[in-house]
Write a protein that binds this ligand. Structure first.
Ligand SMILES: [Zn+2]
Length: 273
């Protein structure tokens, strides 16, 4: 199966589905991560051209750990809009990769680039199969499944969880590649640059606790389900990625995730629509 993870900035797809991507690779599925912008506004000191280059290198190092394809579009950070040009660019990339499952930001996100990425992805959902649209590239014969990646603050939307404990340390190493964000830009925005440790070991520990909170919350919110599914083992699952069906594209029916993706850990919650 082909899984496409579409985020606004280089590091967003990693955060949304980094753990899932590595589990999918173990099952032999192909994963393509896409950043709709070059991320060149995410720094307090670096110039935009240098930053775009640095973030490209960081994303490629992360892609190597996850063993996935990683595409970065040339749109400037904070300047993404749901234009026809961007929609057709996305349709072209999707038709080349032929995804069975697409994961993206939810449409109600804080960042305009995240929201417009979500809008652009939603806008492709029917057009992928329409031959008259972007006629130079063959349309898909079937619409893919669509998922939104959901953070713990919106956990009431979650209807699928994926425990990622087995690849958690690797996911932390993936974030560790995005140095410009994890150890410079994001702490600067929080006025907490002085809390960033100096050694590699301490940095990984810091990242695991900084970035782990939302995944711990997701696992805790669905503890009963995890115990019901995995018995005693469900009690100790610490980290989970959360998703919500997007209600566009192909309809997910019960057990689709398990049957189609052989991901027996992917848990469905409630009814998929
Ligand atoms: Zn982002």
């Amino acid at each position: 199966m082909n899984i496409m993870v579409i985020g606004a900035h280089p590091d967003d797809p990693d955060a949304m589905f980094g753990g899932g991507a590595m589990l999918c690779r173990e099952h032999g599925h192909s994963v393509c991560m896409v950043s709709m912008t070059n991320g060149n506004a995410g720094h307090h000191e670096m110039r935009r051209t240098e930053l775009a280059k640095r973030r490209h290198e960081e994303a490629m190092a992360a892609a190597k750990i996850m063993d996935v394809e990683y595409l970065i579009m040339s749109v400037n950070d904070c300047e993404l809009f749901p234009t026809l040009e961007n929609r057709n660019m996305l349709i072209t990339e999707m038709r080349k990769f032929k995804p069975d499952l697409i994961i993206t930001h939810p449409p109600c996100d804080y960042h305009p680039d995240h929201r417009y990425t979500s809008q652009l992805v939603i806008d492709t959902s029917y057009l992928l199969i329409v031959p008259a649209i972007v006629p130079e590239i063959r349309p898909l014969t079937e619409n893919p499944f669509y998922f939104f990646s959901v953070d713990s603050p919106m956990s009431n939307m979650i209807n699928a969880v994926l425990p990622i404990d087995r690849v958690w340390n690797k996911k932390v190493k993936v974030w560790h590649q995005h140095e410009s964000q994890m150890y410079e830009w994001l702490p600067w925005t929080r006025k907490k640059l002085d809390e960033v440790p100096k050694t590699e070991v301490e940095k990984l520990k810091y990242l695991s606790s900084q970035r782990g909170a939302r995944h711990i919350k997701t696992a805790n919110n669905f503890r009963d389900l995890l115990i019901c599914e995995f018995g005693e083992g469900g009690k100790s699952i610490r980290y989970a990625e959360g998703f919500c069906t997007a209600n566009i594209g192909k309809k997910l029916i019960q057990d689709d995730l398990v049957k189609s993706f052989s991901l027996s850990d992917f848990l469905k919650i409630g009814d998929f629509k």
